[in-house]
Ligand binder design. Structure first.
Ligand code: T1G
Length: 710
């Protein structure tokens, strides 16, 4: 090495004394692309070849340490040098190499650090092996080096969950050696200096610490249970188990083989699609270049469950919030609800008392509507009743400052009608949050027929600042998510009348990977809400158009509104979901009344037809121009309705299965559920032309002059 500085494409070496500083600079997240791998390998060779250098520090430029393998290279033929070989060279280096971790060291990034001889971590950094979240396992030694450093049980937890670990936990696990709040590079240099001339600790050559086999088996069983159909966590657990059974080199070989097998799996393809879609969803072509309006102060109307959750999300996102209620009593209840949402993190220590007080001070709750006058954005989360909305939006039209964006959180009412009440429809959008609003990431940003582009862009920008996933959609009954639910939920109920029981349908969909089946969800949400909606719609809808929820109506007649009344589709002794023979009898009675000869349906039929109903409605939503891209539909279902992410979402899955097959499923659905389930023309067209939903250009499926097309 000559001089103080040498460069490869993305890796440079800087040297002032006997410690060489290896800096990776590969924006945006310093992924281990081919140039980085080659640069690292060259750096290790140079450090070992230069007698003036005694040790090295490996760190990164920019906001983060290496965030992992380069996802853009996944699925393509791997280019030399392979990361495991580079890391082996790091571990085998005759001179000490120390990782200087700031930002996030994830996947291949943490594996690089594990191959170093010591790790220094910034106090606010995070480390983890999130590969299972991409349907993969660590592929560069993570499953073999980690157990040797931290022990079998902690390694199993980290590898199978993919969770990120904070500095203090990493230190106490022995995952890192030093945590610093100051300059991480300086601390790493000091650590490297200490190691000069010492016996180096090489993770791959350590013994795996002994582990209680019974506890390990129990932890593995827990991993399988939690995975609900996802392959990678169980496979990752198996690799950790192999670490104690096989020599290091054999463990590494097995890990690598498994990594490539999973890379080719449908589940990994789906999860990588979801990763990309989560980042793509907020980029809407027609909003490109449209500046959002500046927002600092946000008003929230209503401090019920939704309003309180929205207020907390806004404060957490750094906004000043004014919440208005209608009476002193409602203000008190609202304050309690808002404080209640911060109570748990306060109790667990995630939030200090000072942080709690600060947050609390940023949410001003009052019964004074005029407190909204200087807000930049006002989100109405009041009762779902058009007369209530009319009153609020006509008052807002007069009160809100010019240029303020007015948003409704309605989930069921017409945003265009609500906008009209304000007299300034260009300022009005929908911001449909999902409950609990401070937790759920999905937000449907509803673009009314007269919404201005910058009002919509403002909704997107605010949602992004809240770290949420904004899906821009047009106005229709239920927008994307609830509209699809309104179509597939009745199919679930039809299976009851045909011969299944609630636990059969829930069991089939939970086995499919949904977090909860529809009847369990309905017990959680309360049966009364949908009941009220059915009664409201019954007046205007053709009763034959879709299935009327007879069993659900009977349960409501009995006052069984779900968990809050202790009984609904199930009963809940000690809070545990339990089958109720009363419900079974009721279901059988309704079948008999309607003249159905009950016969059980295989779980596969339930899964196939429910999925067909979703895909069919998703296609209609696309071809009406309610959303521009199939990924918009998928993000709503995955993030708002528990569709298993490892299946990618209904539209992605439809493409993966093949639209010919899906069309046949929809025909079977129509035969089962009636003419309301007419196949969408778009699916037929795509099946005929060999196209897919994923290949459609944004807005391509929509009619000319629709919102998404323009
Ligand atoms: N490869 C390529 N690009 C990546 C990337 C990666 N690993 N991670 C992020 N990006 C892009 C992302 O698409 C976006 O680009 C931009 O960086 C900013 O990301 C052998 C092979 C690091 C915590 O799973 O968790 O290692 O969309 O918007 O909120 O075992 O990105 O703007 O064009 O998310 O600040 C394991 C995935 C890989 C980490 C930053 N690693 N990334 O979050 O910004 S598997 C991961 C993240 C592996 C080895 C195997 C987050 C982040 P664009 P962002 P952020």
């Amino acid at each position: 090495m000559n001089g103080a500085r040498e460069f490869s494409l993305s890796v440079s070496i800087r040297r002032h004394d006997e410690i060489a500083l290896v800096i990776i600079d590969n924006p945006p997240v310093n992924a281990t692309s081919q140039a980085v791998r080659q640069g690292l390998l060259d750096a290790v060779e140079k450090i070992n070849a230069d007698p003036a250098v005694k040790a090295g520090v490996i760190g990164c430029a920019g906001k983060t340490f290496i965030a992992g393998g380069d996802i853009r290279e996944f699925g393509k033929p791997p280019l030399l040098p392979h990361l495991p070989d580079v890391l082996q060279a790091i571990e085998d280096s005759g001179k000490p190499l120390v990782a200087a971790i700031h930002g996030t060291a994830l996947g291949g990034g943490l594996e690089t650090a594990l191959a170093c001889h010591a790790r220094v971590m910034a106090a606010d950094a995070l480390v983890g092996l999130p590969e299972v979240k991409l349907g993969l396992v660590p592929g560069a030694g993570g499953t073999q080096r980690l157990p040797r450093l931290v022990g079998m049980l902690p390694a199993l937890d980290l590898v199978a969950s993919g969770r990120q670990v904070k500095a203090q936990e990493a230190l106490s696990l022995g995952l890192v050696d030093v945590v610093v709040s100051g300059d991480v590079f300086e601390a790493a240099r000091a650590q490297a200096r200490k190691l000069i001339g010492k016996d180096l600790r090489r993770a791959g050559r350590l013994e795996v610490p002994a582990c209680d086999q019974v506890a390990f088996a129990a932890a593995r069983a827990q991993v399988d249970k939690k995975a609900r159909g996802q392959i990678a966590p169980g496979v990752a657990a198996g690799l950790v188990a192999a670490a104690s059974a096989l020599p290091f080199a054999e463990g590494i070989a097995r890990e690598r083989k498994t990594f490539f097998e999973l890379m080719r799996s449908d589940q990994s393809r789906a999860l990588r699609y979801v990763f990309a879609a989560e980042r793509e969803v907020a980029r809407v072509a027609r909003l490109e270049g449209v500046a959002p309006r500046p927002v600092e102060k946000v008003g929230v109307i209503g401090a019920g469950t939704m309003g309180a959750g929205i207020a907390v999300a806004l404060v957490d996102g750094g906004y000043d919030v004014r919440v208005v209620e209608t009476s002193a009593a409602a203000v008190d209840a609202g304050v309690q609800r808002i404080e209640g949402l911060w109570a748990r993190p306060l109790k667990s220590g995630k939030l200090t008392q000072a942080q709690f007080d600060q947050k609390r001070a940023r949410a001003y709750v009052s019964a004074d509507f005029s407190a909204l006058a200087d807000c930049d954005l006002i989100i109405e989360a009041a009762f779902e009743d058009m007369a209530v909305k009319q009153d609020i939006f006509s008052r807002l039209g007069a009160l809100a400052r010019p240029g303020a964006v007015l948003a409704t959180n309605t989930s069921a009412l017409d945003v265009n009608a609500i906008a009209a009440f304000s007299g300034r429809a260009a300022d009005v959008i929908g911001l449909h949050f999902f409950s609990p609003a401070h937790v759920m990431r999905l937000v449907e940003v509803v673009e009314g027929g007269r919404s201005s582009a910058d009002a919509v862009a403002t909704g997107v920008a605010v949602a992004k600042r809240l770290k949420k996933l904004p899906v821009v959609c047009g106005v229709c009954d239920g927008f994307v998510g609830n509209r699809m639910l309104a179509v597939w939920r009745p199919v679930a109920e039809m299976f009851l009348e045909a011969g299944a029981l609630p636990q059969d349908v829930d069991g089939a969909l939970e086995a499919y990977g949904f977090a909860m089946g529809p009847f369990a969800v309905s017990d959680l949400a309360g049966l009364d809400i949908a009941w009220a909606r059915r009664k409201r719609l019954a007046a205007t809808r053709d009763p034959n158009e879709r299935y009327a929820s007879t069993v659900a109506d009977r349960l409501c007649d009995l006052g069984r509104f779900g968990q809050k009344t202790g009984a609904g589709w199930y009963v809940y002794p000690d809070g545990k979901r339990t089958i109720d023979p009363v419900v079974s009898e009721l279901v059988e009675k309704v079948s008999a009344e309607k003249g159905f000869a009950r016969k059980t349906s295989p779980a596969e039929d339930i899964q196939r037809l429910v999925r067909a109903a979703m895909i069919n409605e998703g296609a209609k939503i696309l071809s009406e121009g309610i959303v521009g891209r199939a990924l918009d539909v998928d993000m709503v279902l995955v993030h708002g309705y528990g569709y298993p992410a490892w299946r990618g979402g209904p539209m992605f899955e439809a493409d993966a299965i093949g639209l010919e097959c899906i069309l046949a499923d929809i025909e079977a659905l129509r035969a089962f559920a009636g003419p309301a389930y007419e196949p969408a023309a778009l699916i037929q067209q795509l099946a005929d032309s060999g196209g897919t939903f994923g290949e459609l250009a944004p807005g391509e499926a929509a009619p000319k002059n629709s919102l998404v097309e323009s």
